[in-house]
Design a protein around this ligand. Structure first.
Ligand code: SF4
Ligand code: MG
Length: 335
């Protein structure tokens, strides 16, 4: 079956005074229909920039310099219609896609909620921008969405300002707003990272329930493999601006192919370990942003490093079992 969204060789660079930081440099991934893809990796690997690039929400000095982002039709290709390339689409078309087809929630909802408008007014505006519905109907939709995301007393809360809500409630309100136009894809960038563990679990459950109900796909950006294991159907692993492995969550998290993923999975804390202990199992440090290692970008940190090969040859993405992996231990190599 056709995916819902396909990112091909996306490159988003930061053009700074003293050089170019290739934050996203050849990201390819697919988002399956109606399912959850978790995009995981250490901070700074380009997850958020990838997410923002999909809706062309990157700002100077960041610039999308290459790639394709293909949004496919709802009928899974039965009509044979060409997908829409979001990178080539006119601004007007892209504005239609935002909210109505693809909505986004961020780690800090205050960054995307307006402080001077009530939650209800913001949802009403989003709905009416995309659908031909009256004010009253849109307000009823807002109340219904607030109810669905578990905000108590939604008839009263619809007239609250964001600052009147707790962090967890604000994140729920943000999700209600994102889902008010019934998007086909929700991109959620670390939506629970700022929340306590209990609220985090509630929000993840909520997303799962809404997904079942609305049939939407979710692209969840997270640095937390535990979160990915809890919610994802598919996992894509990013390292230094590219996806090194994508496949079914059960396979990628239980039997990862890429040495980087293997190290990440080994680093998942057992019960009682602190948050700080995470991600320490990957040997060495992330190289400075201006320098990308030659050949395989992971080679300076890789336990399976093959001299004269991994430092000179860029690994192509190959299929191994059900997993797509970019590592010279698998399949044919590409020079
Ligand atoms: Fe390690 Fe070589 Fe595979 Fe890169 S290509 S992950 S250095 S084995
Ligand atoms: Mg981020």
């Amino acid at each position: 079956m056709q995916p819902l969204l396909e990112v091909r060789s996306l490159r988003t660079h930061f053009e700074l005074g003293d050089g170019v930081v290739k934050a996203v440099d050849g990201v390819s991934l697919t988002v399956p229909r109606g399912r959850t893809l978790a995009v995981v990796g250490e901070s700074g690997c380009g997850k958020s920039v990838t997410a923002r690039s999909i809706l062309r929400l990157v700002e100077k000095p960041a610039r999308i310099v290459g790639g394709e982002i293909l949004l496919y039709d709802d009928d899974a290709g039965a009509s044979g219609a060409e997908p829409l390339d979001l990178l080539a689409a006119k601004d007007k078309r892209l504005r239609q896609v935002r909210w109505a087809d693809i909505a986004m929630v961020f780690q800090e909802p205050m960054a995307s909620l307006s402080l001077v408008h009530t939650i209800g007014d913001q949802i009403v505006e989003a709905v009416r921008l995309h659908e031909n519905v009256g004010k009253q109907a849109a307000r009823e939709r807002a109340i219904e969405m607030l109810d669905r995301v578990g905000i108590p007393d939604p008839k009263r809360r619809v007239d609250s300002y964001p600052f009147e809500l707790s962090g967890g409630m604000r994140q729920r309100a943000m999700i209600a707003m994102a889902l008010s136009c019934r998007p086909r894809l929700l991109i959620a960038d670390e939506p629970t990272t700022a929340l306590d563990v209990t609220t985090q679990a509630q929000i993840l459950d909520l997303l799962h329930d809404l997904q079942q109900e609305l049939g939407m796909a979710i692209m969840l950006i997270t640095h937390d493999l535990g979160v990915a294991a809890q919610v994802a159907d598919e996992v894509a692993v990013m390292y230094l601006g590219e996806v090194v492995e994508q496949g079914p969550a059960s396979a990628v998290l239980r039997k990862p192919k890429h040495p980087y993923t293997q190290a990440l999975v080994r680093s998942v804390p057992r019960l009682g370990q602190s948050q700080q202990d995470r991600l320490v199992a990957v040997r060495g440090t992330v190289p400075p942003p201006y320098e990308r290692p030659s050949g395989c970008r992971f080679h300076p940190r890789c336990d399976a490093f093959m001299a004269g090969k991994c430092d000179t040859t860029v690994p192509a993405r190959v299929r191994s079992d059900e997993i797509d992996v970019a590592c010279l231990l698998y399949g044919e190599e590409q020079s």
